[in-house]
Each structure stands twice: as structure tokens, then as C-alpha cells.
Design a protein around this ligand. Structure first.
Ligand code: GDP
Length: 305
């Protein structure tokens, strides 16, 4: 698909091109080849462990198969990259979960400022609205007036409803009203923005716990997803952030934003391998259509073509 393709352009020119170059110069598989492969993978942000794992496994396989052909080696690399992502036994985690029919689905969004949380909510609201669903937003990042206003702008531009209160209101009070409204007015989906102040972990933990409690009082099976937004351009820092968020709340999946802005798309694999969290959505630009569900195979093949 074209948009996906465009969004991965930088990664393809960086990560993909380097591996392709490595293969182009390939005469036979020797230790230099594996060293170079490892280095390329590390540079692409797949993480040290993944890089070593891939080249180790490949080393064994190539020897076993006695692979000499370039094509065979490149296929094996692609296969390994996909395998890392599609962690055995976790296949069902890869897609977004929805409520049983007749109940509103609730997605909670967490993440620090600037990673693209609000934009993602706006894009997703647009997508569901286009599909004919009744969408409600809840502006629970009440810490910053700007955050409320920004979400409100998105609500207006994609034409969905929003529940908001003045800055500094209790986020739990906002979500309380939003859940009530979603239930009584038969909304299909409620997207909840939250403040991601990691500076005060205890507060954040309590705040998110309270938001969840309020949701569950009305909708015991919700939220169906707690999605952590991470900025792909921040590389290994995104991993550190994810680890910190995992300490404060249960996370069900990752939204990896700004994948269009990095040449190091390998961060997707590092997240999977180190955090065992699926990337459920990827941001490929600033416009409302620039959000996609994540497909490991499409992603990896997209890097190499
Ligand atoms: P928040 O503070 O986490 O809510 O972040 P915002 O949603 O305000 O996004 C911060 C900036 O990143 C804005 O300028 C967005 O337009 C931009 N942004 C968000 N997602 C993407 C993306 O997928 N690609 C690109 N290129 N920019 C993005």
C-alpha cells in the first residue's frame, strides 16, 4: 500500500539499503559478513540482543544449508526479522481488541508529551468515524490547557464528540462523565487522552489507576486497550520510556509514531524483543490518514524492496 510505503521511505533508504548493500557485496558468508550484518542491525536500532541473535541464528542456518546464493541469505534475514516480531504464542496480541457488541470499546492512551499521542487519537477517531462508528473523545490530560485545546481541535476537524473540563480538573471526573455519556448515548468507541508526566511516577500511577477504576465501575471489561505512544525517532530512549511506563501501568500495545521520520525502523523489533509488547499502530505522518495497523511482514518486506 502506497502510504505505508512512503512512510517507510527513510528506513528503507537507511536500514534497508545498508542490508541490501551488504548483500550486493556479498561473495560468500564469512565472519566479516556477520560482523557487518550485526553492525548494520545495531545501527538500525533493532537493539544489541536482536542483532546478535539474528546473526547467530543465521550463521548456524547458513552453515547447515550450505547457503551460497545471495537470495537464500537475504530471504533468511527477512525471515528472521519477521520471526523476532511474531513472537511465538503471542500472535493474538498483535491486533486491537474491541468490546463485545452493544458495549462501548474504550482505549486509554498513555505516553509523555510530544510523542504524538493527541495526533494518534485524532487519526484513530477519524478512521472509526469514517467506518461509521460513533466516536467519543475524553480530554483527561487536564494538566495542560494546551492539551485539552489540541484534542478539541482534532474533535472539531474530524467531526467527533468530546468530553472536556477546564484545565486542572480531576482527570477521573472527566472520564466519569465520558463513560456515562458513552454508555447512555450508545457510542461505539471512547478514546481517552491522559497526561504522561513521568516526572512524578507515583502520581501518574495513581492517576491512571483511578481513571481505570472509574471506567471499570461502568464497564467492567474496559479498557480494551492501554496504548503507549512512543516516538520512533527517539530510538533507544523510546525503549527506556516504555520500561518506565510498564512500571506504572499495564500496557497492552504500542503506538509507534513518526516512523516516517526515522531511518532506523528497527526499533519496532527492539520493542518486541525487549519489552514483549506488540506494536499495534504506526504513525506515518502528520495528516489524519497517516495511521496504520502494524503488520510485521509488510513492514520487513517494505524495508528491503
Ligand atoms: P502529544 O504531546 O503526545 O499529544 O503529541 P502531539 O500529538 O501533539 O504530536 C507532537 C508533534 O508530532 C506534532 O507536531 C505532530 O504533528 C507530530 N506527529 C505526531 N505523529 C506523527 C507521525 O506519525 N509522523 C510525523 N512526521 N509527525 C507526527
Amino acid at each position: 500500500e502506497q502510504r505505508y510505503d512512503q512512510g517507510l521511505k527513510k528506513s528503507r533508504q537507511g536500514f534497508g539499503a545498508k542490508i541490501n548493500a551488504l548483500l550486493a557485496n556479498f561473495r560468500h558468508v564469512d565472519e566479516d559478513f556477520f560482523d557487518d550484518l550485526e553492525e548494520t542491525l545495531i545501527e538500525a536500532d533493532v537493539g544489541f540482543d536482536v542483532a546478535v541473535k539474528i546473526s547467530d541464528e543465521l550463521r548456524d542456518e547458513v552453515k547447515l544449508r550450505n547457503a551460497k546464493a545471495k537470495k537464500e541469505v537475504s530471504d533468511a534475514i527477512v525471515e528472521k526479522l519477521v520471526d523476532i516480531y511474531e513472537e511465538e504464542g503471542h500472535e493474538e496480541d498483535n491486533s486491537l481488541h474491541f468490546a463485545t457488541a452493544g458495549q462501548p470499546t474504550v482505549f486509554l492512551f498513555v505516553g509523555v508529551n510530544g510523542v504524538g499521542k493527541t495526533t494518534t487519537i485524532g487519526k484513530l477517531a477519524h478512521k472509526y468515524q469514517q467506518e461509521g462508528k460513533k466516536v467519543l473523545l475524553a480530554a483527561c490530560d487536564t494538566f495542560r490547557a494546551g492539551a485539552i485545546e489540541q484534542l478539541n481541535e482534532w474533535a472539531k476537524s474530524v467531526n467527533v464528540d468530546i468530553v472536556k473540563k477546564p484545565a486542572q480538573s480531576d482527570p477521573a471526573a472527566v472520564v466519569f462523565d465520558a463513560v456515562k455519556k458513552a454508555k447512555t448515548e450508545n457510542y461505539d468507541i471512547l478514546l481517552v487522552d491522559t497526561a504522561g508526566r513521568l516526572q512524578n511516577k507515583v502520581n501518574l500511577m495513581n492517576e491512571l489507576a483511578k481513571i481505570k477504576r472509574v471506567i471499570q465501575r461502568e464497564l467492567p471489561e474496559s479498557p480494551q486497550e492501554v496504548l503507549l505512544a512512543l516516538d520512533a525517532t527517539t530510538g533507544q530512549n523510546a525503549l527506556t520510556q516504555a520500561k518506565q511506563f510498564k512500571d506504572v501501568t499495564e500496557v497492552s500495545g504500542i503506538v509507534l509514531t513518526k516512523l516516517d521520520g526515522t531511518a532506523r525502523g528497527g526499533i519496532v523489533l527492539a520493542i518486541r524483543n525487549e519489552l514483549h509488547l506488540p506494536v499495534k499502530l504506526v504513525g506515518l505522518g502528520e495528516q489524519m490518514d497517516d495511521l496504520r495497523t502494524f503488520d510485521a511482514e509488510k513492514f520487513v518486506y517494505g524495508l528491503f524492496k
